[in-house]
Design a protein around this ligand. Structure first.
Ligand code: FES
Length: 177
């Protein structure tokens, strides 16, 4: 059993009892851990697995991961807050990621992201990931998606789109159930 997080400093007092990891996800986590000589070395991979399943890393997931890896919850919290790819807040059902690195920026990525935000009722001037009130969509900028020659590029969940015009963005959004 891991020690509780310092709630006074982090606001992270939790009740892990309510947190349930489905058996197939836990089996995958166990498989990942088995690849490392020390359990703690699997921290990043375990967190990626949990984020993929739950959409973010909650306080409960931090506690669960710490217990699983024989760490203190604060150790896992530090990993989650250090790496920008980990999210602590829930995201939308459909995640729209627009590349903002140089080629895409020059190719219209900022107009594309603004357009998506306005279309979905989000603030185009806000920083960071934004999620619609109905939790259907999240929009965020990401760094280079390795297709600089076909800018601007974006992802919708696991699908990759190149040369995305505003019209194409409409089609991408319309396809999301
Ligand atoms: S700059 Fe956008 S994919 Fe590389």
């Amino acid at each position: 059993m891991s020690a509780p997080l310092p709630a006074n400093a982090r606001g992270l007092a939790v009740s892990p009892v309510s947190f349930q990891v489905p058996p197939p996800v836990e089996a995958e986590v166990d498989e990942l851990i088995s690849h490392y000589p020390q359990k703690r070395s699997a921290s990043l991979m375990v967190l990626h697995e949990l984020q993929e399943h739950f959409g973010c890393i909650s306080k409960e997931a931090i506690e669960w991961t710490a217990a699983k890896l024989g760490l203190q919850a604060i150790n896992v919290y530090e990993v989650v807050t250090f790496y920008p790819m980990f999210r602590q807040d829930p995201v939308g059902k459909h995640q729209l990621k627009v590349c903002r690195t140089l080629s895409c920026a020059l190719g219209g990525a900022y107009q594309l992201r603004d357009y998506l935000c306005q279309k979905l009722g989000l603030d185009p001037h806000a920083h960071g990931i934004q999620t619609t009130k109905d939790k259907k969509f999240s929009v965020e900028f990401v760094e280079c998606l390795a297709s600089c020659g076909t800018a601007p590029v974006m992802m919708c969940n696991g699908d990759f789109y190149e040369g995305v015009s505003l019209e194409k963005a409409d089609e991408i959004v319309a396809k999301c159930p």
